[in-house]
Design a protein around this ligand. Structure first.
Ligand SMILES: Nc1nc2c(ncn2[C@@H]2O[C@H](COP(=O)(O)OP(=O)(O)OP(=O)(O)O)[C@@H](O)[C@H]2O)c(=O)[nH]1
Length: 150
């Protein structure tokens, strides 16, 4: 999630392209590693940035889900589940802990949870969506990825 050491011009370009991506998106999944505190600490700022950009335009609540990844790495954990849950609660976001390396079920849960936060009217506007459509698409993507990697 970090941007490394960029020169001012690159920073400005990166900033504007991030803002463009935020304007384009309808909903957001922010992933941190439970083994990397910096990736967790940056979330409040990112979420405030997203909310300011999206909720400034209209009064709708922006659907955001926070995901703690690498749940399987117990011994390297530096961010507790409680901290993740509390942050999500305080910022009115969904929260999941998953292990992307272990199983795709967790990722499905994330997208299911995200879809539940999107107002029905928005989902109805897009062809082939709705909670079932999204979960079906995600299942197909993850199932294909698993088969490919065998
Ligand atoms: N044990 C474990 N490893 C994972 C998990 N998710 C990703 N990884 C590993 O973490 C490394 C980085 O994953 P990437 O997919 O490159 O993700 P990234 O956003 O570039 O992550 P970072 O390099 O950690 O900043 C890879 O070696 C992955 O295999 C997980 O849930 N558990």
């Amino acid at each position: 999630m970090g941007s490394g050491s960029l020169r001012p011009m690159e920073q400005a370009e990166e900033g504007s392209s991030e803002e463009k991506r935020i304007q384009w998106a309808d909903s957001f999944v922010l992933v941190y590693s439970i083994c990397d505190r910096a990736s967790f600490n940056i979330l409040p700022l990112k979420i405030q940035f997203i909310k300011a950009a999206k909720e400034g335009q209209n009064q709708e609540k922006v659907p955001i889900v926070i995901v703690g990844n690498k749940r399987d790495l117990h011994h390297q954990r530096v961010v507790s589940s409680e901290e993740g849950r509390l942050l999500a609660l305080s910022l009115d976001c969904g929260f999941y802990e998953v292990s992307a390396a272990e199983a795709y079920h967790g990722a499905l849960m994330v997208f299911h949870g995200l879809a539940e936060r999107i107002p029905d009217t928005k989902l109805a506007l897009k062809k082939g969506t709705g909670i079932r459509g999204i979960v079906k698409t995600m299942s197909a993507v993850f199932a294909r990825k698993r088969t490919d990697s065998l």
